[in-house]
Design a protein around this ligand. Structure first.
Ligand code: CP3
Length: 359
C-alpha cells in the first residue's frame, strides 16, 4: 500500500462512499460536478440497437441479466460518467403486479388498462421482488464490473406516474381516464396508489440489497397532477417511499425527479428523506440554487434538445449551469431523458465542457 508520512494513502476512488456522486448526495460540493444522463443507455447508441435487436422485445432485454448488464455498461465504456443507471423500466412494476405490458415500435408502452376500483382485483398480490429477480441479478453483475469511481443507480417510477400508464393503457396527452378516476373516486384510486407505493418500496429495497448505491424516483408526470390532488397522490406517496427506503437502508441516498412540479419541487427538497431533487428543463438554475440547494442537492437540467444540437451553444449552456449551481451540491444531468436522435459524440463534448467549466 502507498504511504505518505507513514500514513496509508487509499486512493479516493477505491472507497465506495467517496465516489463523487455519493459525496454530492451527502451534501458536499464537488468540482467538477458528477455527471450522468437520464436515458444514457438507449437507441442513440448504435451498440444498444445491436443488443436490442438480438434480445427481441424490449421487456426480454430488461429481463435478461447478461444483456441488461451489457447495455447498462455501454455508456460507461464510451464516456466518463459519474454513474450507471440499471437498464430496466418503470413499467416492470405493473408487469410484476400481473398487468399485461408490451412496448410497440413507434408507439411506446401498451398495457391492459385498469380503470376502476373493481378492476384492481385483476392485479396480483404478493411482493413484486419475487417476479423481478432478473433485474436484481443484472444489478449484481453491473456492480461487479463498474469502475471504482462510478456509482450504480437503481430506480422506479413514482406511483402517480406508473398509475398513469396503468390506467390510460399507453402514453397520454390529457390523462382523462387517470384524472377522471382520481376525481370521481378518491378512495378507490387511493387503493391503486397504495398498492403501487408498497410495490415500489419493495422493488427499490430489493435493488439496494442487490447492489444499487443510490435510488431515483421518476415522477415524470408530476406536472399533470391537479393541485387539489397533489398532496394525496404525488407528494405523500413519494415521501412514504423515501421514508421506508431510508428506514431499511439509512445510508442510501434518494433522488426525486418531479418533472413539471415547478415551485412544489421545494416541498420535496425540504423533506429529510430526500437527498436530491431533479429539476426539469423549464426550471431556472438560479432559482434552484436559491430555493432547493439549501435543503438538498440539485440534479439537472440541460435541455435534451441542446444535446442534439451540440457545438458552441451546448458548451455555453453547460458552463452557465455549472456557474449557477456548481457552488453547492450539484449533479449535472439533463432536464429529461436523452433523445434517440442525439449524436453520441455530443455526449463526449458535454462531459468535456462540464469538466472545463469547473476549471
Ligand atoms: O438509461 C436509463 O436511463 C435506464 C433505463 C430507463 C428506461 N426507461 C429504458 C427505456 C429508464 C430510467 C426509464 C424510465 C422510464 N420509462 C420513464 C421515466 C423517465 C421519463 O422518460 O420520463 C418512463 C415514463 C418510462 C416509460 C417508457 N418506457 C416509455 C414512455 C417508453 C417509450 C418511449 C421511448 O422512448 O421509446 C419506454 C421505452 C424505453 N424505456 C426505452 C428505453 C431505452 C426505448 C425502448 C426501445 O429500445 O425500443
Amino acid at each position: 500500500m502507498l504511504a505518505v508520512n507513514g500514513k496509508p494513502v487509499i486512493r479516493e476512488s477505491v472507497i465506495g462512499t467517496d465516489k463523487p456522486l455519493l459525496r454530492v448526495l451527502r451534501g458536499e460540493t464537488v468540482s467538477p460536478p458528477p455527471l450522468w444522463l437520464m436515458r444514457q443507455a438507449g437507441r442513440y447508441l448504435p451498440e444498444y440497437r445491436v443488443v436490442r435487436q438480438e434480445a427481441g422485445s424490449f421487456l426480454d432485454l430488461c429481463y435478461d441479466p447478461a444483456l441488461a448488464c451489457e447495455v447498462t455498461l455501454q455508456p460507461i465504456r464510451r464516456f466518463h460518467l459519474g454513474a450507471a443507471i440499471i437498464f430496466s423500466d418503470i413499467l416492470v412494476v405493473p408487469h410484476a403486479m400481473g398487468q399485461e405490458v408490451s412496448f410497440v415500435e413507434g408507439k411506446g408502452p401498451v398495457l391492459s388498462a385498469v380503470r376502476s376500483t373493481a378492476e384492481l382485483k385483476t392485479l396480483s398480490d404478493g411482493p413484486v421482488r419475487d417476479r423481478l429477480a432478473p433485474v436484481y441479478e443484472a444489478i449484481r453483475r453491473v456492480r461487479a464490473e463498474l469502475p471504482a469511481d462510478v456509482a450504480l443507480i437503481g430506480f422506479a417510477g413514482a406511483p402517480w406516474t406508473v398509475a398513469s400508464y396503468m390506467v390510460e393503457g399507453a402514453s397520454s396527452r390529457d390523462f382523462a381516464y387517470l384524472k377522471g378516476w382520481a376525481w370521481r373516486d378518491r378512495a378507490g384510486f387511493g387503493q391503486l396508489i397504495d398498492r403501487l407505493t408498497a410495490a415500489t418500496i419493495d422493488h427499490l429495497c430489493a435493488q439496494v440489497e442487490a447492489g444499487a448505491e443510490v435510488v431515483q424516483l421518476f415522477e415524470s408526470w408530476a406536472g399533470a397532477v391537479p393541485d387539489a390532488l397533489f398532496e394525496a397522490f404525488c407528494f405523500r406517496p413519494v415521501v412514504r417511499i423515501a421514508e421506508a427506503v431510508k428506514k431499511a437502508h439509512p445510508s442510501v441516498p434518494l433522488i426525486v425527479f418531479p418533472r413539471g412540479a415547478g415551485a412544489r419541487s421545494v416541498d420535496f427538497a425540504r423533506h429529510p428523506a430526500v437527498d436530491a431533487v431533479g429539476i426539469d428543463t423549464s426550471q431556472s438554475a438560479g432559482w434552484a440554487a436559491a430555493e432547493i440547494q439549501p435543503h438538498a442537492a440539485v440534479q439537472g437540467n440541460l435541455d435534451p434538445v441542446l444535446l442534439i444540437q451540440g457545438g458552441r451553444a451546448l458548451r455555453d449552456e453547460a458552463e452557465r449551469l455549472v456557474r449557477a449551481l456548481g457552488k453547492g451540491p450539484f449533479v449535472f444531468n439533463l432536464g429529461h431523458g436523452v433523445l434517440p436522435t442525439t449524436p453520441a459524440d455530443h455526449v463526449a463534448e458535454l462531459v468535456d465542457a462540464v469538466r472545463r467549466a469547473a476549471g
